[in-house]
Design a protein around this ligand. Structure first.
Ligand code: SF4
Length: 357
């Protein structure tokens, strides 16, 4: 292998480390259990991998627990109402992923279980290259290579790749593939992720504790913390908008369901203006709207959002142009940005003078 890095030596050293230092995670069958013959449940592997994309392990733990308690099997999830699943997903972000989750669960239940090959998994709705490789490797021990940000960092350092990201991604994926062993590919994938998360960390890699230190070119050259090199990102634009929080006399707030496609698709939200440089006011009904001081800030993948919040108390007999009043409102079912709007509105005087508010 390039630069004298030997696949069997590297994977062997990493797996020995994993056998004694693997993180205990609720969706994981640890190395001791695996050695004792416990087989991973592909449903739990798949669910955790979908949740973990762009979200921290700490956040995912609570969601994973709630999902698997409520829907312990893929068949149970497939039979759930869309709205129930979307409400449980609220706060995890990337709502298109929740819709794909439901579609995938139904496809899997319809074909009697998860396929056990990369191609079979790729054919499922919403499963991309990363998720297919991770389920194939972790659940079915296929010799597939799983490449996430942690793995890219470890590989860039092991091979001292100085080419900047994201251009170097295909090269890093090829190098990661060349390290993947034929046996225990699932444990190897998880070991790489663990190493990146706990030892080969972004800012201050702990090379002194690393099982791969003897093979690592970046460590040898004293440039570990500088890798991977990243191309400077173009700053995200900031968009502005107005969110309208109307509360009816009986306490029911006015909410709408966002269109199924697009940002926050299918999720409940506050009626509002467009989001742009100079949003046009678009109140959902005529009322004595009060603009709250300050703005609600939220960052999406491609832009920052600043929402001004307008609030109003309205009589029982009003007909909004959009949305409907929801007496059974549960703030927990809102996506994060809409929850922030609610918290901001509730911090104003929206409920002042209201009994029990
Ligand atoms: Fe990362 Fe250091 Fe280990 Fe190299 S030796 S893989 S830089 S922790």
């Amino acid at each position: 292998m390039r630069d004298g890095i030997d696949r069997d030596q590297v994977s062997g050293a990493l797996l020995r480390w994993y056998d004694r230092a693997a993180r205990v995670l609720p969706w994981r069958v640890g190395p001791a259990e695996r050695a004792a013959g416990v087989v991973p449940d592909p449903y739990r592997v798949w669910l955790s991998e979908v949740m973990l994309q762009q979200t921290t392990v700490a956040t995912v733990k609570a969601y994973f627990h709630r999902f698997t308690t409520r829907w312990p099997t893929v068949e149970a999830l497939a039979a759930a109402q869309d709205t129930e699943v979307m409400a449980e997903w609220a706060g995890l972000g990337y709502y298109a992923r929740a819709r794909n989750l439901i579609a995938c669960a139904r496809a899997v239940a319809g074909q009697g279980g998860f396929p056990d090959t990369l191609d079979g998994l790729r054919a499922l709705p919403g499963i991309g290259a990363y998720t297919a490789a991770s389920v194939a490797a972790i659940a079915f021990d296929r010799s597939e290579t799983v490449v996430d940000g942690n793995v890219e960092r470890v590989v860039a350092r092991l091979f001292a790749v100085r080419d900047p990201m994201p251009k170097s991604k295909p090269m890093l994926a090829r190098l990661a593939t060349r390290l993947t062993p034929d046996e225990r590919a699932g444990d190897f994938a998880q070991a790489m992720m663990d190493l990146g998360a706990t030892v080969c960390t972004p800012r201050a890699p702990r090379c002194g504790d690393c099982p791969l230190a003897g093979f690592c070119l970046a460590q040898e050259q004293g440039i570990a913390a500088e890798l991977p090199v990243k191309t400077a990102k173009t700053p995200k634009p900031t968009r502005r908008g107005i969110a309208y929080v109307a509360i009816r006399e009986d306490g029911a707030p006015l909410l709408e369901t966002r269109p199924p496609k697009g940002l926050l698709g299918g999720m409940p939200g506050w009626p509002g203006s467009d989001w742009g440089d100079d949003p046009t006011p678009a109140p959902p009904l005529t009322a004595d709207w009060a603009l709250l001081p300050g703005v609600v800030k939220h960052t999406f993948t491609h832009f920052h959002l600043e929402l001004t919040v307008a609030t109003a108390r309205v009589p029982q007999a009003v007909n909004p142009e959009t949305g409907d009043f929801r007496p059974d409102f549960d703030p927990g079912a809102l996506p994060t940005v809409m929850r922030k709007v609610w918290d901001h509105a509730a911090s104003g005087d929206l409920f002042a003078g209201r009994e029990g508010a």
